[in-house]
Design a protein around this ligand. Structure first.
Ligand code: CU
Length: 321
C-alpha cells in the first residue's frame, strides 16, 4: 500500500490543525505532542464524485484570502443535475451541488468570513440557505435562476455542525433531490485530534409520492454495508452526523456494541450525553465521539428498521493495532 501524499492530508484539513505527519506503510500517523491519530488507508476508489468512501473524510476549506486583516474563505459552488446509480436497478436524476450528494463539506473556523460564489446550472431556480447566524440578505431564500450567479458572504458563526440546502419551494423536493451539504464551523479552541468522518443521511423519493423508497449514508444506499468503513481499534473517532431525510418526521442513529458521546449540534466542547441511539428531526445534526475496544465488524444504522433495510445501513471495520 502506498503512503498518503501531503496533498491528501492537506485536503483532509489535518495539517491545518497544526500537526505534522509521517506516513507509514498502510496508515498515516498524525503526530502531536500528546497524541497520535491513526487513519487507515482507504482502498483506491474511482474518481467518481458520488463515491461515498471519498465523501467520508473530504473537508473543503476553500481558497484562503486575506482582506483587511481578516481571513476570507472563498468557495465555488455550482448547482447541477447528474444521474446517480442508487443500486443495480435504480438510476436517479439528482439535483446537487458540485456534482455530488451530499454537496461538499464546507469547513471554517469561527469568525472567518465565508464567501460562496454560487452558480446555478441546474435547469430550475435554486439557492443556498445556510444554517448559523447571518444577515437576512444572506439567508439564501431568494431564487437564483438557471444560468445566474450570486455571492453569499457572512461571518462563520457560531461554532458547531451546521448545514446548507436549497430553499426553493417545494423545499421537500429540492432537498430530497440532493441539494444539501454539511457546514462545519470549528471553535477557536481546537478539539482534540481524532479520526474525523462525515455521515449525511438522505432519502430518495423515486416515484414522486412524497415518501422515500430508498435511503443512504453519503449518497449511495448500502454503500458502507458492502464497503465497511475502516477505523483503528482504540482510536477516537469524531463523527459529524446530519439527518437530511425529508418526508419522514425523524430518524434515529445507532451504533452496535458501543456507546457514543453526544455534542449536540456540535455546540459544546464537552459531551452532554452518552448513549447508543439518538433521534434527529430533519436538519438536526450532532458530533458523536467513540472508539472501539475490540476488532471486528460492527453495524451502524437508524433503529427504524424500515429506513435501515432500504439503504441506510453501514458497517465499521475495526482494525487491530
Ligand atoms: Cu433548489
Amino acid at each position: 500500500m502506498k503512503p498518503w501524499t501531503r496533498r491528501q492530508i492537506l485536503k483532509w484539513g489535518l495539517i491545518g490543525a497544526g500537526v505534522t505527519s509521517a506516513a507509514i506503510a498502510g496508515q498515516t500517523w498524525i503526530r502531536q505532542s500528546t497524541s497520535r491519530v491513526r487513519i487507515p488507508e482507504l482502498p483506491e476508489t474511482p474518481t467518481d464524485h458520488f463515491n461515498p468512501m471519498s465523501v467520508l473524510r473530504d473537508f473543503e476549506s476553500g481558497t484562503i484570502k486575506q482582506e483587511n486583516g481578516r481571513t476570507i474563505r472563498e468557495f465555488e459552488i455550482v448547482a447541477k443535475n447528474s444521474t446517480l446509480q442508487l443500486n443495480s436497478a435504480v438510476s436517479f436524476v439528482s439535483w446537487n451541488f458540485n456534482d455530488r450528494v451530499p454537496g461538499p463539506t464546507l469547513r471554517a473556523t469561527e469568525g472567518d468570513r465565508i464567501r460562496v460564489i454560487f452558480r446555478n446550472q441546474g435547469g430550475h431556480s435554486h439557492s443556498m440557505h445556510f444554517h448559523g447566524t447571518h444577515p437576512s440578505e444572506m439567508d439564501g431564500v431568494k431564487p437564483i435562476r438557471h444560468g445566474k450567479e450570486t455571492i453569499y458572504e457572512f461571518e462563520a458563526k457560531p461554532s458547531g455542525v451546521h448545514l446548507y440546502h436549497c430553499h426553493i419551494a417545494p423545499v421537500t423536493r429540492h432537498i430530497s433531490k440532493g441539494l444539501y451539504g454539511m457546514f462545519i464551523v470549528d471553535p477557536r479552541q481546537k478539539r482534540p485530534p481524532a479520526d474525523e468522518i462525515i455521515l449525511v443521511m438522505g432519502g430518495y423519493d423515486i416515484n414522486n409520492d412524497n415518501q422515500n423508497e430508498l435511503y443512504a449514508f453519503n449518497g449511495i444506499p448500502d454503500y458502507y454495508l458492502d464497503h465497511p468503513i475502516p477505523i483503528y481499534q482504540n482510536q477516537l473517532v469524531r463523527l459529524y452526523l446530519l439527518n437530511m431525510i425529508e418526508f419522514d418526521a425523524a430518524a434515529t442513529f445507532h451504533i452496535h456494541a458501543n456507546l457514543f458521546q453526544v455534542y449536540p449540534t456540535g455546540r459544546t466542547l464537552t459531551p452532554t450525553l452518552e448513549t447508543d441511539v439518538i433521534t434527529m428531526g430533519t436538519a438536526e445534526r450532532h458530533i458523536l465521539e467513540f472508539s472501539y475496544s475490540y476488532p471486528g465488524e460492527y453495524m451502524f444504522h437508524p433503529h427504524q428498521d424500515a429506513i435501515a433495510e432500504n439503504g441506510c445501513m453501514g458497517m465499521f471495520k475495526v482494525i487491530p493495532l
